[in-house]
Design a protein around this ligand. Sequence first.
Ligand code: FAD
Length: 562
Amino acid sequence: PASRTDAMRTGDVKHMKWWGWGVEGVGFHHEDKPGFAPFVHRAVGLDLWAGERTGRPDFSQLKVPASRAPEEFLSVLIGIVGPGNAVVDDLSRVVHTYGKSLRDLVRLRAGEIARTPDVVVYPADEAQVQSVVDAAVEADAVIIPFGGGSNIAGSLEPHPDESRVVVALDLGRLSRVLEIDTDSGLARIQAGALGPDLEAQLNNRGWTMGHFPDSFTHSSLGGWVATRSSGMQSDKYGDIADIVKGLRVVRAGGVLVIRAVPSASTGPSVREMVVGSEGRLGVITEATVQVHRLPESRGIYAYFFKDFDHGLAAMQEIAASDVSPSVTRISDAHETGFSLATSKASKGIAKKAQAGLMAYLKRRGWNLDEICLSFIGFEGDTAHAKRQKSVVDRIVRKHHGIGVGKGPGALYDQKKFDTPYIRDFLLDHGAAGDVSETAGPWSKLRGIHAAVYDAADSAYEEIGRKGWTMCHMSHSYHSGACLYFTFAFVFGDDPLGEYDTVKRAIQQAFVDAGGTISHHHGVGLEHAPWLEEDISAQGVAVMSGLFEAADPGGNFNPRKIV
Ligand code: FAD
């Protein structure tokens, strides 16, 4: 078997820290944010000045189950992808075991690894993917495609009782933009391309895909398609389900090909079946996606609203109007308080301006504990962006909001990919910080918001912890929007039990109040218990039938979704 050093020979494929988010050496710090520690103390009773409570996990202390891949099968794989691209070392297998959900991070820190993949393969092209898939199906092995490993729905982990050999098929070497049809604005891109690589290749030729999930830096095109992802600029560019036009999916014995066409009446849509399939229908090797010319002008502006109700009404009116900002986002009062507390210390003019603004809002009769911060983005040619902004400004004024310019928006734009590091920071201090998101019609959003707060509060009471909930609305549509909740509490004696109680309560509140079980994180194992309430028993039966017929041996990422 290959050694741990051999795993590093696939150095062209970047992975995140095995124990947390992002790259080694980068993390969240609060020392330069004077409001953060007092805020966290008030919200969940955590005293950050008391120092780190738990150490970082030590890889050498992990008990990693041995690889069960037989030598003969390994030789076949090495024959296909070459030595160094089929590895069985502990680090590689642990990196490919989980995604980055809170449950995953807690289990890794506790050394809970019941089952890892037995071998990680890095094919170089679609032909190699096909050979690996055929060999694995022939050997009755399980194949779990791996993109960036950023999912938070439990979509990657092998079942603990899986007795067959498990192959993690890492798409990381398939990372090129292959072709741009400049007439049609369609780009053929290999599925393993991570966000920054893909955008850099497109930008070099004057194009963008416009898909920027918060996990952008460490997630892949294939993963976005396989989980029905949505980026923060979805209001303009669409969700991945809108962006992806064509697909190539390797299945046992051949490639499923969906040609890139603007629309088709071939139904039920096989393209739609693949979008969100979480590896259960095969391995996506390539997608043809809609791309756009880089915008001439781009800006994210900040607005304040008196309260969430006024802010939501403005967002709804913007969605119903004929303007299409790239971002419409509003934080509720709790999240606004959090955002202000995580700002860096402002000095001089900025400090005076902020104090002046708050004094002004107070004079207007606003309760500063209820104010809500909103970000609205505009992109396109300069005249178009200007016109859009003037329509939005009018709607904002109608709902008694005020614009505060580009400064906070630019800061949000720069810092948006740093936020995920906070979860690891909180875990270092023995606290949970996690998210759950849903989408619902405009008529039900306020009800969902209230129901989730109630459900979370009852759950905090049940586990006997002081908890904190906050929310923002983003990704708007004509008929509704996504509500994205963050919840936090300091762990007691049973971290995962406590987490389950809170997470379950929030998910149940989503479906009870008329929302979906997830807007853009997929189903995996985490959200599967609510699938029937989401799409009905008949819907689940149709989906199960699809997976059973398309993969009779249950070789492709079995037991996920249903
Ligand atoms: P992976 O995690 O590697 O895989 C996810 C699933 O897709 C697995 O079932 C896997 O088998 C399957 N898969 C991966 N590649 C392929 C392929 N080529 N063929 C077939 N199946 C494949 N999501 C959003 O949509 N928007 C956000 O703003 C967002 N923010 C996030 C922020 C944080 C901090 C975190 C941790 C996650 C966030 N996510 C977000 C969730 C996650 O990033 C998405 O689910 C993402 O689409 C997963 O892509 P990936 O490449 O990391 O896939």
